[in-house]
Ligand binder design. Structure first.
Ligand SMILES: [Zn+2]
Ligand SMILES: [Zn+2]
Length: 338
C-alpha cells in the first residue's frame, strides 16, 4: 500500500493547510525525493501575510533520493541533494545565447510545496549535497540568491557596502560580500529592540558585518556617510532611502519584493542623474551559483548555520504564525519533515 505524501499550502493570516499531494508520475528524467529540510523563505512569509489564494510553501529544499526515472544517471537512491526551485532549460534562445539568466522556460516545482514529505523533480534541478547537514544544505538556495545579488552589484574589494534588511538574504549578502573582500559592511534595519533584529545582528556580525544602523532611531542617517554600493534586501518602498545613501557614482541593487504594501517608491531622479547613481535589480529565477554556494557551505567559508534561528518538525509548522506573526523572534526557520 502506498501512503500519499502530504505538503503545506498557505495564505494570508498565516492560514496553513496540510494537503495530500497528488501522486506524480516519475517520468524518464524525474527524481522522487524525501524532503529532509526546507527553509522558510521571505516569499513564503509574503504568501502567509498577503496572498488571497493558497500557495505552495517552501522551495529551499534538501532531500534524499528515493527513486529515479529510467534516464537518470547522475543520481541514485539514498543520495542527498539540494534543489534549484527554477532551473534553466539549456535549450531556449536565451540559454543558447549565453544569457541563461533570462531563461523563462526552465524546470520548476510545478506547484509542489517544499514543506512536504516527498516531491518529484526534474533531475536538472538537483545538485549532489552528500555529507552535508541537511539544515545547512537547505541554505544553499538563499545563499545562491545572495551571491547573485552581490555579483550583479559588484562591490569593490576594500570599499564600504551598505545593506538594507537583516533577513536571510541581507545576511547572506553580507557574508558573500565579506568573502569577496568588500567592506566595511553596514547593516540597516528598522528596530534595534526587536528580538528578531537582535538575533539577526548577532548573525550579521558573525558573517562579517561591522556596524548596524536602525531607521526607527531619530536622526539615524547622521554620520552614516555615503556608500559606493548599497543592497536593498528590504521592501521596495525603501529604494529612495537606499539611493540617498549612495555616493557619487554609486550603485544600488534592489532584490526585495512584497505582495502587500510598499511596492513603489518615489525616486529623486535628478539626484541620480547629477550624481551618476544607478538602480539595479536582481531576481533569482532561474537559479544560478548553486555550485559556488554549496562549496562555500561545505568548506565552512560561509557559516550557513548562523542564520538559522529555529527548526520545526513538519507537523508543527503552525508555529510559524507565532515565530513570524506576533513576537517575531525568528530570522530563519527550517522545517524538518522527519
Ligand atoms: Zn528562498
Ligand atoms: Zn532556457
Amino acid at each position: 500500500m502506498t501512503i500519499t505524501p502530504k505538503g503545506f499550502f498557505g495564505r494570508k493570516g498565516f492560514e496553513l493547510d496540510l494537503r495530500a499531494l497528488s501522486v506524480r508520475p516519475l517520468g524518464a528524467h524525474g527524481v522522487r525525493i524525501r524532503v529532509l529540510a526546507c527553509g522558510v523563505c521571505g516569499t513564503d512569509l509574503h504568501f502567509l501575510r498577503d496572498s488571497v489564494d493558497y500557495a505552495p510553501l517552501g522551495h529551499e529544499v534538501c532531500g534524499q533520493v528515493l527513486e529515479t526515472g529510467a534516464a537518470v544517471t547522475r543520481f541514485v537512491p539514498g543520495q542527498q541533494v539540494v534543489m534549484e526551485d527554477v532551473a534553466l532549460c539549456g535549450t531556449c534562445d536565451q540559454c543558447k545565447s549565453g544569457r541563461v539568466d533570462l531563461c523563462r522556460s526552465g524546470f520548476t516545482m510545478q506547484d509542489q510545496p517544499g514543506m512536504a514529505e516527498e516531491i518529484v523533480l526534474h533531475e536538472n534541478m538537483l545538485h549532489d549535497a552528500s555529507g552535508l547537514d541537511p539544515v545547512f544544505a537547505a541554505m544553499t538556495e538563499p545563499l545562491a540568491v545572495a551571491i547573485r545579488c552581490v555579483e550583479a552589484l559588484g562591490p569593490d574589494p576594500g570599499k564600504p557596502l551598505a545593506i538594507f534588511g537583516m533577513g536571510t538574504i541581507g545576511l547572506f549578502c553580507a557574508a558573500y560580500a565579506h568573502f569577496r573582500g568588500a567592506g566595511p559592511i553596514t547593516m540597516i534595519a528598522r528596530d534595534p529592540e526587536s528580538q528578531r533584529n537582535k538575533a539577526a545582528w548577532e548573525a550579521a556580525r558573525g558573517l562579517g558585518a561591522q556596524q548596524a544602523f536602525y531607521t526607527s532611531e531619530k536622526g539615524w542617517m547622521e554620520g552614516i556617510g555615503f556608500f559606493p554600493s548599497v543592497i536593498l534586501a528590504a521592501p521596495p518602498s525603501l529604494a529612495a532611502q537606499a539611493l540617498k545613501l549612495a555616493a557619487y557614482g554609486g550603485r544600488v541593487l534592489a532584490c526585495g519584493v512584497t505582495l502587500g504594501e510598499g511596492k513603489t517608491a518615489e525616486l529623486d531622479v535628478n539626484d541620480m542623474v547629477w550624481n551618476k547613481k544607478s538602480l539595479l535589480t536582481s531576481i533569482a529565477e532561474p537559479g544560478l551559483h548553486f555550485p559556488l554556494a554549496l562549496s562555500l557551505i561545505r568548506s565552512g567559508r560561509i557559516d550557513a548555520g548562523r542564520v538559522v534561528t529555529h527548526q520545526l518538525p513538519l507537523g508543527e509548522a503552525w508555529e510559524l504564525a507565532r515565530l513570524y506573526g506576533t513576537d517575531k523572534p525568528a530570522v530563519k526557520t527550517v522545517i524538518i519533515p522527519g
